[in-house]
Design a binder for this molecule. Structure first.
Ligand SMILES: [Zn+2]
Length: 465
């Protein structure tokens, strides 16, 4: 046998469970998982993984890089964003291509290709955002034919020109069923949300409550009502639905109930909803934590962890949308002007490993399922991505089970000059990351070249092919 690389002596997490084994790599693919692979073999490079876990590369399927939003542009682009990802053991990301003023869906996809080309260190693709149903619906079939199988609609953001109404969601879900594609939905109830924001938007309240108004104007029912409505349209059309960044216990309950009666709905949550609660908005610089939807209550965290364990929550992503302190300062005391979003790619795996696996909320295998295998399957990338098995891409993250690193933005790859987890001591940063057989992080430092990441065409989406 000939292997370009053998990862030797680690505890390898495979779809069948963990096993002490070597991983043999030939070209860009995993060629063998077994013991003593270096014996009688022609081996190019041996990577010592003794005392470490060898995990499938993680997928972050909800990311916004270089996104024009809230009057500015998110500050992690495909250069810094994919370097941050690699350091966190993420080897595939999915961004959202959003059409601007009169753009077609194809134009939006091209705009995002231009952002990624020459800069991406890891593999990537895009969800295509439908922002003007009447204009965009006729293009969906040709986008599916060209390798895009996931679409997105926003139930809010009228001011950004992105909002879809019930008619658009209903019609899109009918087409998702026809094409075997999947609709991702940002579920918040826009009319009542706008009413609550109007009622609270007074100089007196802003003076008194500051960034806490961000949470006070988005009570849980704002998300719950919208999730319920989206589920209704999925149930009526049998179109596959995926709730992005679900932050509430109510959402998890409704998704679970809908799945039990056969509705093709799936849900993702984000790392921040699992470990932060809305008491952060009362802190000094609490406005930094504004993201959309915002972090909720400890009871919601608990329910979302439970959902990851039992399956009604299939995926953890980050909704990375980085804004620096200077960008966040645009709020100037008015919470409706805070650029909404947080850095997250670099800390996804460390947060879920430290607060999930080490705190015994998830097993190591369950974590790999929710961060790698399930997102790969749901997004139409399995088995190329999402598993350590013969024939899959050699995308791997090698982590130490216990060694912790203190989160310090000045030492990270992200362009953010702050972190929601600043000062937290986290295990699970990637010692070695491989992407298609190539070492891109070595001894916790990024060593791979910008522009080596490839676009990933897809043929399917969802769990019901
Ligand atoms: Zn998002």
């Amino acid at each position: 046998m000939k292997y370009d690389t053998v990862i030797q002596g680690g505890v390898v997490v495979t779809p069948g469970g963990r096993v002490r084994a070597d991983v043999g790599i030939h070209g860009e693919k995993i060629a063998a998982v077994g013991t003593n692979l270096t014996r009688d073999a022609n081996v190019g490079r041996i990577i010592d993984a003794k005392g470490h876990y060898v995990l499938p590369g993680m997928l972050d399927v909800h990311v916004h890089l270089a996104l024009p939003f809230c009057g500015t542009v998110s500050s992690d682009d495909y250069y810094s964003g994919t370097r941050a990802a690699a350091r966190g053991g993420v080897t595939t990301l999915i961004d959202f291509a959003i059409p601007y003023e009169g753009d077609s869906l194809a134009k939006a996809a091209n705009n995002w290709f231009e952002k990624a080309e020459d800069k991406a260190l890891i593999d990537y693709t895009f969800h295509i955002c439908i922002t003007r149903w009447d204009e965009h619906q006729g293009e969906i079939g040709s986008l599916v034919d060209s390798g895009f199988t996931t679409f997105k609609e926003f139930m809010i953001y009228a001011a950004e020109g992105w909002q879809s109404d019930d008619r658009a969601m209903f019609g899109t879900l009918e087409l998702m069923r026809e094409y075997g594609a999947m609709l991702l939905v940002h579920a918040e109830s826009s009319r009542v949300l706008d009413e609550l924001i109007d009622r609270h938007h007074t100089p007196e309240l802003m003076e008194e409550l500051g960034a806490q108004l961000h949470a006070m104007t988005r009570p849980n029912f704002i998300e719950a009502e919208a999730i319920q409505r989206a589920i209704t349209w999925s149930e009526a059309t049998h179109g596959q639905l995926y709730i992005v960044h679900m932050s509430t216990a109510e959402g998890a309950d409704m998704v679970k109930a809908a799945q039990a009666r056969g509705v093709p709905v799936l849900a993702e949550t984000c790392a921040q909803y699992l470990v932060l609660d809305d008491s952060v908005f009362a802190e000094k610089d609490g406005h930094l934590y504004a993201c959309c939807p915002q972090v909720k209550k400890p009871a919601d965290q608990k329910r979302l962890w439970h959902g990851l364990k039992t399956g009604e929550v299939s995926v953890v992503s980050t909704d990375t949308c980085t804004f620096t302190r200077q960008q966040k300062a645009m709020w100037n005391g008015d919470w409706t002007k805070i650029p909404m979003g947080m850095p997250g790619l670099e800390t996804l795996l460390p947060i879920v490993y430290t607060h999930g696996v080490l705190k015994k909320r998830l097993t190591l295998e369950e974590m790999c399922q929710r961060l790698s295998t399930d997102p790969a399957r749901i997004m139409g990338l399995y088995p190329k991505k999402g598993a350590i098995r013969v024939g899959s891409d050699a995308d791997l993250a090698i982590i130490h089970p216990r060694n912790r690193i203190k989160v310090d933005p000045s030492k990270m790859e992200t362009n953010a000059d702050w972190s929601p987890y600043e000062g937290w001591s986290l295990a699970g940063f990637s010692r070695t990351t491989l992407s298609r057989g190539e070492v891109i992080v070595d001894d916790y430092e990024v060593v791979g070249q910008a522009g080596r990441g490839k676009w990933l065409p897809r043929k399917t989406a969802g769990l019901r092919q």
